[in-house]
Design a protein around this ligand. Structure first.
Ligand SMILES: Nc1nc2c(ncn2[C@@H]2O[C@H](COP(=O)(O)OP(=O)(O)OP(=O)(O)O)[C@@H](O)[C@H]2O)c(=O)[nH]1
Length: 427
């Protein structure tokens, strides 16, 4: 051996002592540990009783594998294994090795990097991911993960597949637009504009099932950010609220509409007249309130039964609607009483013309299950601003006029006039 070579060898051996990693010299054939640096001795707790690499490995068969790879390739770049320290502690490490030949044997120079903390964090992350996945797999709530930039679906859970009636692979091929109803596309665009700045939000969307059926869902959107805080993807929790919405609509309908005739009831009518009065105050003009009470309706019930009476009331409702403009309101106040609000008229004669029209429309025979019947009505008219400015007074005065029509012989209208005035009754 040249003197320079042995000096260099000596220097390298010294450097290995100073290296910030544990370094071992191992017999490549049998794995016995021939030399170590100080750090290896200290951190691995090596002693004379740890003569071979396999004694360090938690799983000795992995030690054999490691030696085999090193011998065959001449090096090992990264080999993850768990080592058993003298203190009994088990740590995850990354081994690297290089084969070197000396005169009488093949040596492996092995370095060891401690990756225990990183491994534990990775394992904890993996476990937490598995836990979350299991929760999402078992959840009744639909879940979708999608790319923040392209909107492409990245992941869905079985509940969402079931909700939208798609197999998972097919659903993952669709864009959000493919399952969102046309009416809800605007809501999606609005949400999209905001999700880079304030992604957490809750909103309702109409979704289309594979069967074509439309459902209403509540979406809770949250952002997934990368290490720079950039929003990379979004996840949506999807709840089917179709039944709840239908119920709410039904409750709302029952609160404001008459179920027999589908006309606005007295509560909705009160809102309509308030609105019309406010509008009149702003833009001027005149409006008329017509109180309509059917004549001798009780007889219809008596002769054709309550069901027959109901059919008649529905028919009357349709005929009344047919006599006015879309901007007017026809409402059923209860029993055989209806109120018509003419939102914008020039003078009393406009209201009188509509009253005539109603009397003519109602006088057409009505076919009931038990036979044909003729019905008439008495109508009282009050005008704003001529007779009153507020809804209760207008209603009261139209009611008075309607009773005048009844007492005047029925099947007529009366336009309200002050008590002293001559009554304007028409037959
Ligand atoms: N079929 C049916 N009848 C109803 C309903 N609500 C009230 N009624 C009946 O409507 C009738 C109303 O009669 P009234 O307005 O008091 O009297 P009328 O026979 O019309 O006589 P005049 O008003 O004096 O012309 C009563 O017999 C009520 O029982 C309903 O929803 N359906």
């Amino acid at each position: 051996m040249k003197p320079e070579f042995s000096t260099a060898n000596h220097l390298i051996a010294e450097m290995a002592q100073l290296a910030p990693l544990p370094v071992l010299a191992v017999d490549a054939e049998n794995g016995s540990i021939l030399a170590t640096n100080i750090l290896a001795r200290d951190t691995l707790g090596l002693s004379a009783e740890t003569p071979a690499l396999r004694d360090l490995f938690d799983n000795p068969s992995l030690a054999r594998q490691f030696l085999l790879i090193a011998r065959n390739n001449g090096f090992v770049r990264q080999f993850e294994a768990r080592l058993r320290l003298a203190a009994g502690q088990r740590v995850w490490v990354l081994l690297a090795a290089r084969l070197t030949e000396t005169t009488n044997r093949s040596l492996l120079i092995v370095t060891i990097t401690d990756i225990h903390e990183r491994r534990l964090i990775e394992e904890a992350l993996r476990e937490s991911e598995t836990r979350h996945r299991r929760v999402l797999e078992a959840a009744n709530e639909g879940y979708a993960l999608f790319d923040a930039e392209s909107g492409e679906l990245l992941d869905v859970n079985p509940a969402l597949c079931e909700l939208l009636c798609y197999p998972r692979d097919e659903l993952l091929k669709l864009k959000p637009e493919d399952v969102i109803t046309d009416a809800s596309l605007e809501t999606l665009q609005e949400a999209r504009k905001l999700w880079n700045t304030s992604p957490y939000r809750r909103f309702e969307l109409g979704l289309r099932r594979a069967t074509g059926e439309h459902i209403t869902c509540e979406i809770s959107l949250s952002a997934v950010t990368d290490s720079d805080g950039r929003i990379t993807s979004l996840f949506a929790l999807v709840n089917d609220i179709t039944a709840r919405k239908l119920n709410e609509e039904r409750v709302l309908y029952l609160a404001f509409y008459d179920t027999l005739t589908a006309l606005p009831n007295r509560f909705l009518f009160a809102e309509h007249i308030d609105h019309a009065l406010k509008q009149r105050q702003r833009i001027g003009g005149r409006l008329a309130l017509m109180f309509i009470d059917l004549d001798d309706f009780k007889r219809v019930n008596d002769n054709f039964g309550h069901d027959g009476g109901d059919v008649l009331l529905s028919t009357v409702a349709k005929r009344l609607v047919g006599c006015v403009r879309a901007s007017d309101t026809v409402s059923r106040q209860g029993g055989d009483e209806f109120i018509v609000l003419l939102a914008n008229i020039h003078d009393a004669s406009d209201a009188e013309q509509v009253a005539e029209k109603i009397l003519t429309a109602l006088s057409e025979p009505i076919l009931l299950p038990g036979g044909e019947v003729n019905i008439n009505a008495s109508i009282g008219i009050a005008l704003c601003p001529d007779h009153a400015m507020d809804a209760p007074t207008l209603r009261r005065l139209a009611d008075i006029a309607m009773y005048q029509a009844k007492f005047g012989g029925k099947r007529r209208y009366v336009c309200y006039s002050e008590p002293d005035d001559e009554q304007d009754a028409q037959t």
